[in-house]
Ligand binder design. Structure first.
Ligand code: NAP
Length: 343
């Protein structure tokens, strides 16, 4: 942060600017810059956080390339961990200095200070007191999403079979572990390369195969019955073939479009195929079911704190945000990338 004071050392002028990641036009990773920006003030019902760690998500890749409507300039970053800097009017339960983890769903988390709704901010105390900051930042979006996908969207039941596309990624690795702990009998992952498949196997999948192999793998593992749940963040042409993986009354959970290419389903599709199309959108849950989102957020952090979900975090300095985006966008990433905002 920059101290703009021109006065003698005895008078301390409050800091007014900070370093923040931003982009002013849509495009490739190079549109991202780390630049000075005004430090936000805590508005009513909200807090500001001095950020220590901030996660990088595929959603931010989509925002950056203009695949999802965001205003420009945009300050990316959907999750942050640090200490409360200031508390807005009407906020109770938080004080400056509290260690917190926050879903910064309006963006701005990839910065030295972020302003966030108190309802999306969790104090890292009690059973969360020992939770590592980078780990918490890596868990906020992905583990909360994985929980929502499997429970509220997917209605996973004991003994079911789950297929996870993009199995080696942030959400995928969390979903595999949670599916198992929520009672799935068979969890099958799908990745684009053998190296990613090998990596993903460390997260408890029964098997991890390629997109070309998945139909045969599901048939073999389920005796031709099909999978109960397919978690699909990939989109593209593959989305049309997901129905072929499903058991009768199977659920195709759609929560992303990494391929940046959509497909069309007819209204009669669920009828003809005895299947459900169901969606999950973290921002939408925040708006329409905030108590549910809060419950999932707290449960996600607790699972990670007690070791029930392993998050494989790779920590990079803030300036390497471009590299993190490149890795995600080129399908070269595994696990989760977290920015150390102080580095
Ligand atoms: N709806 C929500 O609320 C919500 C919340 C969080 C995340 N998401 C979505 O969930 C997905 C996972 O997020 P994440 O941050 O954990 O990312 P991630 O899974 O770590 O990375 C994205 C993965 O998508 C796969 N992919 C398939 N086609 C791709 C393409 N054409 N270009 C790039 N990647 C492609 C790649 O895995 P393979 O190479 O193995 O296929 C890639 O590693 C993302 O699509 C994200 O948008 C949605």
């Amino acid at each position: 942060m920059t101290n703009t004071s021109q006065t003698p050392e005895t008078t301390q002028t409050p800091e007014t600017t900070m370093r923040a990641v931003r982009f002013e036009s849509f495009g490739g990773p190079s549109v991202l810059t780390v630049a000075e920006a005004p430090i936000p003030e805590a508005q009513p019902g909200r807090v500001t956080v001095d950020v220590e760690y901030a996660g990088v998500n595929f959603a931010e890749v989509m925002f950056r390339r203009g695949q999802f409507p965001v205003d420009l300039p945009h300050f990316p970053g959907l999750e942050a961990v640090g200490r409360v800097r200031a508390v807005g009017a009407g906020v109770t339960g938080f004080a400056p200095g509290d260690r917190v983890a926050a879903l910064t769903l309006g963006g701005g988390g990839n910065a030295e200070v972020v302003e966030v709704g108190a309802e999306h901010t969790v104090r890292l105390d009690g059973e969360l007191a020992e939770l590592d900051g980078a780990l918490a930042a890596g868990a906020l979006c992905n583990v909360t999403t994985a929980l929502g996908l499997l429970t509220s969207a997917g209605h996973l039941a004991e003994g079911e079979t789950v297929v996870v596309l993009a199995a080696a990624g942030g959400v995928g690795t969390a979903a595999a572990q949670l599916a198992r702990s929520l009672g799935a009998t068979t969890v099958i992952g799908v990745t684009s390369t053998p190296a990613k498949a090998e990596y993903a196997r460390g997260f408890g999948y029964d098997s991890v195969v390629s997109y070309e192999e998945i139909e045969r793998e599901v048939a073999e593992r389920t005796g031709g019955v099909g999978a109960d749940l397919v978690l699909d963040s990939v989109g593209g042409a593959f989305r049309s073939s997901v129905t072929a993986l499903l058991a009768a009354f199977g659920r195709h959970v759609i929560f992303g479009n990494a391929a940046a290419e959509d497909v069309t389903f007819e209204g009669n599709h669920p009828w003809y195929t005895n299947s459900s199309l169901v969606g999950y959108n973290l921002g939408g849950v925040a708006g329409r079911a905030p108590a549910l989102l809060r419950a999932h957020l707290e449960r996600a952090l607790t699972e990670v704190a007690k070791g029930g979900v392993r998050v494989d975090v790779k920590t990079l300095p803030l300036k390497d945000v471009v590299h993190a985006h490149e890795l995600l966008e080129t399908r070269a990433s595994t696990g989760k990338y977290v920015l150390d905002v102080r580095a």
